[in-house]
Write a protein that binds this ligand. Structure first.
Ligand code: GDD
Ligand code: MG
Length: 377
């Protein structure tokens, strides 16, 4: 069975993290997100993968090459303009000659693909959609089931909850028979959710929903992206973690220097060559990418730092910087006396001057410099 992974979206809700780094390459506990998807597929024997790209394709292809190093066999197809989710699959139809999988490229899940495939075959379905229960269905595609879990209605991103009787949504994993693509127009923008699925339903094709309560998360917003990292750290989502254990709940890559009196409270993952200064505090869940430098006395709590982030210790009578609940991308410097709070997203190559206080989901775009004492709350 081959899998098509849709990775063409611009990841607008994850901006500014996606300005230079497409959603599938967002570091998820120090590995590009899509690597976790590859591992999940390979665990179920799916190794032939077609990546349907559009936005920043080179970043993906240059990292993974033919995929062999990652235990998979990759084929890249790139659209000139976005073709929509179903249009993107129609565009790779020549590679698909048997029952195949389609995956949204931003889903972290432990879904049992083997069992789902057995369900699909046993029902002789044209299409099986994985379903997952969510609390607020409005951000997702709602799927209503009838007898024997046959799909009877699609409501994509319902505006209101009136008349809604289920909390099961499209989980972004589909199994399809190749003939279903006959209903999709070639070289046109066309979506599964608002186009092909409703069309197949109207045509009376056998469509089924495979509901499960396996771990599931769409990483498409900063809050969910952060949650994905933390869920992996907590062991709620299956994943192989990089690094080796150095203390209870703390693992570190090669070449880290951790001051003897630094406090590290797990779950914490450090990349390679991180330096943690005297008296610094890292309170999990927290992830630091390669080559991060945490100055003496500085603190990082419940945060995700990418590579080469510098967090200043005390300087010129200023207190050390403190980070709490934020995401900081590559090559950013946080000055002394700064407080960076909940849901704040600081992009790559930023310099946050001393004594700034960024809080409440503030987002700083790439290559911005904030002079000292520019923002307070
Ligand atoms: N190649 C390609 N071309 N890929 C695309 C395109 C395109 O034009 N548009 C979107 N994608 C990819 C995105 O990169 C992403 O991996 C996936 O398709 C889904 O797009 P999102 O933008 O993340 O959709 P969503 O999260 O709002 O909604 C979808 O996923 C939900 C589950 O997370 C829908 O399928 C919902 O019905 C579903 O509930
Ligand atoms: Mg999504």
């Amino acid at each position: 069975v081959k899998a098509v992974i849709l990775v063409g979206g611009e990841g607008t809700r994850l901006r500014p993290l996606t300005c230079h780094c497409p959603k599938p390459m967002q570091p998820m506990v120090n590995r590009p997100f899509i690597e976790h998807v590859f591992t999940h597929l390979a665990r179920h024997g799916v190794r032939d993968i077609i990546l349907s790209m559009c936005y920043l394709p080179a970043v993906i292809a240059e990292h993974f090459g033919d995929g062999r190093r990652f235990g998979v066999n990759l084929t890249y197809v790139c659209e000139d303009t976005p073709l929509g989710t179903a249009g993107a699959v129609k565009n790779v139809e020549q590679h698909l000659d048997d029952t195949f999988l389609v995956l949204n490229g931003d889903i972290l899940t432990d879904l049992d693909l083997t069992a789902m495939l057995a369900f699909h075959r046993q029902r002789r379905a044209a299409l099986t959609i994985a379903l997952t229960p969510v609390e607020d269905v409005r951000a997702y595609g709602l799927v209503e089931l009838g007898e024997r879990r046959r799909i009877r209605r699609f409501i994509e991103k319902p505006q209101s909850l009136e008349g809604i009787t289920t909390n099961l949504v499209n989980a972004g994993t589909y199994i399809l028979e190749p003939y279903t693509l006959r209903y999709a127009p070639a070289n046109e923008f066309y979506m599964f959710e608002r186009g092909l699925f409703p069309t197949l339903l109207e045509q009376g094709e056998p469509l089924f929903g495979y509901a499960s309560d396996a771990y599931w998360l769409d990483i498409g917003t900063p809050q969910k992206y952060q949650q994905g990292n933390f869920d992996i750290l907590a062991g709620a989502a299956q994943a192989t973690l990089p690094g080796t254990p150095v203390a209870d709940g703390v693992s570190a890559g090669a070449g880290c220097q951790i001051a003897p009196d630094a406090h590290l409270i797990g779950p914490v993952v450090l990349g390679e060559r991180c330096q943690i200064g005297a008296g610094a505090r890292i309170v999990g869940p927290a992830v630091l990418g390669d080559d991060c430098v945490i100055g003496p006395g500085a603190s990082v709590e419940r945060s995700v730092l990418w590579q080469r982030v510098q967090v200043s210790g005390s300087a010129d009578q200023l207190a050390p910087a403190a980070l709490q609940g934020c995401v900081v991308a590559n090559d950013t410097v946080i000055g002394a006396g700064c407080f960076i709070g909940e849901q704040v997203v600081i992009s790559n190559h930023c310099v946050v001057g001393a004594e700034n206080r960024l809080d409440r989901g503030l987002r700083l775009w790439p290559h911005r410099s904030l002079p000292p004492k520019t923002i307070t709350f």
